[in-house]
Design a protein around this ligand. Structure first.
Ligand code: NAD
Ligand code: ISE
Length: 357
């Protein structure tokens, strides 16, 4: 059976995912595309795909069985709600949405529908290096994780489109999600420090140093640099009671010449995570073909959004800003009880959105 997919947003990652869906995966067909820039959608649409003027029309089309959202973050909420209303499985690029209130609305709609439909594009969870790191931690051979050092460096970001808020509400969401997943823990508080700015960042607040306080008491430090120039450098090391476990360094190519030996770093996220995105979509199409979703959920997208919100507050206040999650709906069962910033059980402070089980 072939899964008939519609893609919304045909920019950088939309085009990469169209290539993946049409050239890498089997049993999938891109039957529809849509972008507010109609000319761009027409230019990149695979042969035979229908071009829709609006995302809503694409989502409601009978030809489309499942949807891939690659538009900008602020557009995601409406598109996700339309997918849920149509009962269609949807892969949504990160961030799930850009405010906690929007995340709650999407969660309420999915919970009311009664079955998972949404997978969020946290591709690190599908990366073989991160999966091996997690397997090592889960095996318990190093004792409890105490600290996680997460380095997130981009060579450059699109000038004009990437704003000073985005290191915290667009880039940090990956580190927040992978920390929760690796450590099987929740973020309960966020601090942000801004060092001397890089001259390469123009007016951007770049770099930033973030400290995530986890419910267990573990700490995660995150370096976000978005104009590091030399490549896309993603590193991670977990310090445990009886040892450490790290991601391997990922040189793209090793050059030996008259200047010596150079370990070239992947150019960008497309190159560094190419296999992870492929695996992410293999797992998405398998679940979507069954009318549902697995992998990073709306709950995970909500958690990352709360961290981003807290980070944006923390950069203004200079304080440790708390992260207060609502009670986890049973649709997203699994995971551990969370505690607050001071380590005390946090259930009493949770808000329970109306309509949640
Ligand atoms: P982009 O600007 O290159 O492309 C976005 C496209 O969406 C544009 O063509 C734009 O016209 C279109 N668009 C915007 N609003 C729309 C709407 N309401 N309806 C239809 N089309 C709309 O951006 P990008 O880098 O491709 O990023 C797109 C999304 O993917 C963002 O949410 C971004 O955070 C995410 N992203 C994820 C990763 C990852 O590693 N997982 C990497 C890059 C981007
Ligand atoms: C981009 O949207 C991504 O998701 C990349 O993975 C991240 O490294 C980059 O900073 C974001 O802008």
């Amino acid at each position: 059976m072939t899964l008939r997919v519609g893609v919304i947003g045909t920019g950088m990652i939309g085009q990469d995912h169209i290539r993946r869906l049409t050239q890498v995966l089997s049993a999938v067909e891109v039957v529809a595309v849509s972008d507010i820039d109609g000319a761009r959608a027409a230019a990149v649409a695979p042969e035979g795909a229908e071009i829709f003027a609006t995302a809503g029309d694409l989502i409601r089309s009978e030809t489309v069985e499942a949807v891939v959202i690659c538009s900008w973050g602020p557009a995601h909420e409406e598109q996700l709600l339309d997918c849920i209303a149509a009962g269609k499985p949807v892969f949504c690029e990160k961030p799930l949405v850009t405010t906690a209130a929007a995340a709650l609305r999407v969660m309420e709609a999915e919970v009311a529908f009664g079955r998972r439909l949404v997978q969020v594009g946290f591709m690190r969870r599908f990366d073989a290096d991160y999966r091996r790191l997690k397997a090592t931690l889960d095996a318990g051979i190093l004792g409890a994780p105490l600290m996680f050092h997460s380095t997130h460096r981009n060579a450059a970001v699109p000038e004009g489109l990437y704003t000073s808020e985005m290191p915290l509400n667009d880039t940090l969401v990956h580190d927040a999600d992978i920390s929760r997943w690796l450590l099987k823990d929740e973020v309960t508080g966020v601090e942000v420090r801004v060092p001397r700015r890089s001259r390469r960042g123009n007016d951007l607040r770049d770099p930033v140093m973030v400290l995530l306080h986890m419910g267990s008491g573990a700490l995660v430090d995150v370096e976000i640099s978005v104009n590091i120039t030399y490549g896309y450098d993603i590193r991670g090391e977990v310090s445990c009671e009886e040892g450490t476990a790290s991601l391997p360094l990922r040189p793209a190519t090793v050059i030996r010449d008259i200047h010596g030996v150079r370990h070239m770093v992947p150019a960008d996220w497309r190159e560094r995570f190419i296999e992870a995105y492929d695996q992410e979509f293999r797992e998405w199409t398998a679940a979507a073909g069954q009318g549902t979703a697995t992998g990073p959920s709306t709950w995970d997208g909500y958690a990352a959004t709360l961290v981003a919100d807290a980070a944006l507050r923390a950069v203004e206040t200079g304080a440790l800003e708390p992260v207060r999650m609502c009670e986890r709906p049973s649709l997203y069962a699994g995971g551990r009880t969370v505690t607050n910033v001071s380590g005390a059980p946090r259930q009493s402070k949770r808000q329970r959105p109306e309509g949640f089980k």
